[in-house]
Structure formats: structure tokens, C-alpha cells
Design a protein around this ligand. Structure first.
Ligand SMILES: Nc1ncnc2c1ncn2[C@@H]1O[C@H](COP(=O)(O)OP(=O)(O)OP(=O)(O)O)[C@@H](O)[C@H]1O
Ligand SMILES: [Mg+2]
Length: 504
């Protein structure tokens, strides 16, 4: 099975939800907005700049005409001055402007022949808008108001500026100057063209870059997804093994790998546990079947034979019962519902427990001095731990061997219970592993007595469920010492505990 990023079945637009598409789209969107804003600003700025330039030119021109009209305010003199000015302009030959000078009490002077009939065709200049449409321009010029105005002539904007020429407080003429404002549009469409080309190229580059970037970013994620898809309970060996620099993605893939490590371990332990449990259950079943087969094969079955088989079968069934109970208990410990703690008076609890232990075997049982106080714990479970430890001590000592229970407070709110014996002890290198499920030391295995190797595992599960710790060591007599520490102890006053006692 393989996982292919965000693509797959379903809606044809699903790929759009992939990281790559989304990043590329986001970058493009940001770019479009940025370019759009820049475009609007530049487009308008260009328009304003060109228009201002035209207005400045018109104003300068109108003022120049005003000056050239001079101070002789007779209409004729004014007309001549205006004529002379226009002649001069055209002698330079480059103007595309329109001029109209209306002289009060005199005629109009213009470089537009239609408005200057007296001079005929003599002065038809280079009009902006061509000869066929002169009447429109003429009308626009004639009807314009003072100041700036824009009119549309022949589908193009014409900018006009009119001032009144005054001499000694009296208006002697109106001066109008006009120029096509088509250059504004031309400049703006130039800007638009530039933006369109540059913007498209940048946008395409950004989309490609976004796609590549997101591909690089999401590659490890896609690999993680396909690794995860390949992981099954049967094969937990897959790893991402990322070698990229320690960024967020690397942290994620490392966490993923170490999760797989833990899962693989847990599964291995689980498998081992199931194998061991089956093995332990099979042994008594084999014994029972063997016994029954022997019985079935016999012709004359005596009461004695039946009693023997009954005894063996009963023992094996008891073993199985205990084993199943232990397994159930460990399963419950795994689910975290093992312990129901409440406050108990420690000394009487330990005394009672000790008394019940001493009935089990022919050993020298000793109980150390008991601290007074209350402990928050599950008494049935703690009793089970102590019994498991005591049973081990009994199993590893002979008749008359020492089994000692000691209890002592540790710090302000902890208490340690220990079972010591004078048996062979637990080899130092085994002291951690004896708490593993189904772990037995070689000598215990060789004897093929005792249990399945679950007693200490159960003890550890119970102690840890209480928030405590358990460990194995050496007793003063050189035997084993298995001790566990529990939190939740509160010492009571300074009353002396029960004197040490010994029982055999
Ligand atoms: N007091 C002890 N002295 C020497 N070895 C011990 C002692 N207690 C435990 N061990 C070793 O630790 C191993 C694990 O003990 P544990 O109680 O878990 O299993 P078990 O006693 O073999 O079986 P179970 O307790 O399930 O009946 C034992 O097999 C034994 O080898
Ligand atoms: Mg045991």
C-alpha cells in the first residue's frame, strides 16, 4: 500500500488542498495583491504626473502670451502682439498646442484657421486633431470657461486653460491654451503593459517556486505517511531515518521513529509474554493428559492409582488457576486499574500479615521493629506483594531457614518494607531482570519447582501502581533482600513500635 500525499480519489479539486498547491496559491495570492496595489499606485501616479506636466505647460504658455500682449491696450495693438506671438511659436515649429486670444473690442486670434478667418489659411498649424474635426475643437475653444477644463474632442481628451489678461484692473483679452491629454492615457497604458508582462513572469516564477518549496517541505511528510502506511503489527521495522538538519520536520520524523521503536519493543514484549504464558499453560496440560492416558491404558485400575492421578491433576489445575489469576492481574495492572487505596493503620496491618505468613512453612520468621503511622495503600495488594516475596524466600531456603520482614520509615512520608532470607541470594546481574514477567534465574529453572516467574513481576506492578519502587539486593546474612518503598506514609507521634519478634 502506498500513500500519495494529498492526492487520491474523490473530488478532482482535492489536490488543491495539498500543501504544495496551497503554498503556491498563497504565494501567488500575496503576489497578486502586492502587484495589484503597486500597479494601481503607479498607474494613478503616472496619470497625475503627466497631467500636472501638461497643466504646468499650459499655465506657462498662457502667462507668456499675456506678457507678449504688452501694455498697449488698444485692440489693434493687442491683436498684432498676439499675432506676432503665434508667428514666433510657429517659427519654432514644434507646437501641438491650440491658442485662442479673444481681444476685447477686437477680433479673435488663433492658430486654428477656422477661428481666425481674417488671416485665412496662412497660419494653419500642426493641429493636434487633424483638419477634418476642426469645428469641434473650435467650439470647445470658444465655449471654454476660465481656468482648467477637459473636454472630449474626437474621442480624445483635450485639456484647456483660460486666463483673463488685465491691464490697469480692466480685462483686455481672454487667453486660452489647449493641448491634447492623450499622452496621459498613453503613459498609463505603457505602465499597464509593463506590469502585465513583468507581473505574469513574476507570478509564474512565484508559483513554480512555491511548488518546489512546498514539495521540499512536504517530502518528508509524505515519506512519513507512506512509512506509517507500511507499518503493521507484523512489520514494525520501517523507519524514516531522516538526515535533514534539525528543523521541525526532523523533530517530527525523529519522534515518529522513536515511537516506532517503542511500539516495536512493546509488541516484542507482548509476543514474548503470550509465548511464555502459553508455554506455562501447556506444561500442566501435558502433565494432566499424560496422567489420564496412563490411567486409561491400565486394565485394572486400583483406588491407589486413581488417588495418585487425582492428586497430580489437582496440583496441576491449581497451578493453572494461579497462573491464569496472575495473568489477569497483570493485564489489569496494564490497564491501570489495579489499586484501590485507602488509609490504613500500618503496624496492626503488618502484624496480622506476618502472623498469616508464619503458618505457611517451617522457617524461622522474624519481624523487625514496626513504625507507627498510617499508610495510604490497597491492603489486599500490599499483602499480596509481601506474600509473593515471602514465598520466594521460603522457596529459596531450607527448613529452619531465615525469613525476615522489616519495616522502616524513609524520609517524611515514605515507608520501606523488605523481606530478607539466608538462602543463596539473587545473582547481582539478575537483580533487575528478576522483575520481568516469566523471568527465572537459571537455578530456579533447573529445579522446575515453584511458579512461572510472575511473582516479582506482579509485585513490581502493584508497587508501581502505588507510586513506589521495588528492588533486589543482599540480606545481612548473604541471602536475598527484596525491598519496596511506598509513598503515602504518615508517622504517628513517637510511640515505640512492637518489639522485634521471632517465630518458628
Ligand atoms: N529470595 C530469593 N532468593 C533467590 N532467588 C530468588 C528469590 N526471589 C526470587 N528469586 C529469583 O527470581 C526469580 C523470579 O521470581 P518470581 O517470584 O518472579 O518467580 P517465581 O518465584 O519463579 O515464580 P512465581 O512467583 O510466579 O511462582 C525466581 O525464579 C528466582 O530465580
Ligand atoms: Mg515467586
Amino acid at each position: 500500500m502506498s500513500v500519495r500525499g494529498a492526492s487520491g480519489s474523490g473530488s478532482p479539486w482535492r489536490w488543491l488542498r495539498g500543501l504544495r498547491a496551497r503554498l503556491a496559491l498563497s504565494i501567488s495570492l500575496i503576489l497578486v495583491v502586492t502587484l495589484g496595489t503597486a500597479f494601481v499606485a503607479t498607474y494613478r501616479g503616472t496619470g497625475t504626473q503627466v497631467r500636472n506636466q501638461i497643466d504646468d505647460d499650459l499655465r506657462t504658455d498662457a502667462q507668456a502670451v499675456d506678457q507678449r500682449l504688452g501694455y498697449d491696450v488698444r485692440p489693434r495693438a493687442l491683436g498684432e502682439a498676439a499675432d506676432a506671438y503665434l508667428q514666433d511659436r510657429f517659427s519654432f515649429g514644434a507646437s501641438a498646442r491650440l491658442y485662442l486670444i479673444k481681444i476685447r473690442g477686437g477680433g479673435d486670434v488663433s492658430n486654428l484657421s477656422e477661428l481666425n478667418p481674417a488671416e485665412g489659411d496662412q497660419r494653419v498649424g500642426r493641429d493636434v486633431l487633424g483638419p477634418r474635426r476642426e469645428s469641434d475643437e473650435a467650439r470647445a475653444l470658444r465655449t471654454a470657461k476660465l481656468g482648467f477644463s477637459t473636454v472630449r474632442v474626437n474621442d480624445e481628451p483635450l485639456r484647456l486653460y483660460f486666463i483673463s489678461a488685465r491691464r490697469a484692473g480692466r480685462e483686455v483679452a481672454l487667453i486660452g491654451v489647449g493641448e491634447s491629454a492623450a499622452s496621459v492615457g498613453r503613459a498609463q497604458s505603457g505602465v499597464a503593459r509593463t506590469f502585465l508582462v513583468a507581473g505574469t513572469v513574476t507570478l509564474l516564477a512565484a508559483i513554480a517556486l512555491g511548488f518546489v518549496l512546498a514539495s521540499r517541505l512536504s517530502r518528508p511528510l509524505r515519506r512519513m505517511a507512506s512509512t506509517a502506511a507500511e507499518v503493521t503489527a507484523g512489520d514494525l521495522s520501517q523507519r524514516i531515518g531522516s538526515r535533514r538538519p534539525r528543523d521541525e520536520v526532523r523533530v517530527l520524523s525523529d519522534a515518529f521513529d522513536s515511537m516506532l521503536d517503542r511500539l516495536e519493543n512493546a509488541f516484542a514484549r507482548q509476543r514474548g509474554f503470550v509465548a511464555d504464558a502459553s508455554h506455562e499453560l501447556r506444561t500442566p496440560l501435558t502433565v494432566i493428559r499424560g496422567q489420564l492416558e496412563v490411567l486409561a491404558r491400565q486394565r485394572d485400575v486400583s483406588r491407589e492409582d486413581v488417588r495418585h492421578v487425582d492428586e497430580v491433576v489437582r496440583t496441576e489445575v491449581l497451578r493453572m488457576e494461579r497462573l491464569v489469576e496472575d495473568l489477569l492481574l497483570l493485564a489489569r495492572a496494564d490497564e491501570g486499574e489495579l489499586v484501590r487505596a485507602h488509609s490504613l493503620d500500618l503496624a496492626p496491618f503488618v502484624e496480622e500479615l506476618f502472623d498469616s505468613l508464619t503458618l505457611t512453612a517451617d522457617r524461622r520468621f522474624e519481624l523487625g521493629r514496626l513504625p507507627q503511622g498510617r499508610l495510604i495503600a490497597d491492603e489486599d495488594r500490599i499483602a499480596q506483594v509481601v506474600r509473593n516475596l515471602a514465598r520466594n524466600a521460603v522457596e529459596h531456603t531450607g527448613p529452619g531457614g531465615l525469613v525476615r520482614l522489616t519495616v522502616k520509615p524513609i524520609g517524611r512520608n515514605r515507608v520501606e518494607l523488605a523481606i530478607e532470607d539466608d538462602g543463596p541470594g539473587i545473582p547481582a546481574e539478575q537483580r533487575d531482570r528478576v522483575f520481568d514477567r516469566f523471568h527465572r534465574t537459571d537455578s530456579a529453572r533447573a529445579r522446575r519447582t515453584g511458579g512461572a516467574g510472575l511473582g516479582l513481576a506482579i509485585a513490581r506492578a502493584i508497587v508501581e501502581a502505588h507510586g513506589g519502587r521495588i528492588s533486589a539486593g543482599t540480606s545481612p546474612e548473604g541471602g536475598a533482600r527484596v525491598a519496596f518503598e511506598l509513598p503515602g506514609f504518615r508517622a504517628a507521634g513517637r510511640r515505640a513500635g512492637r518489639e522485634p519478634s521471632a517465630r518458628t
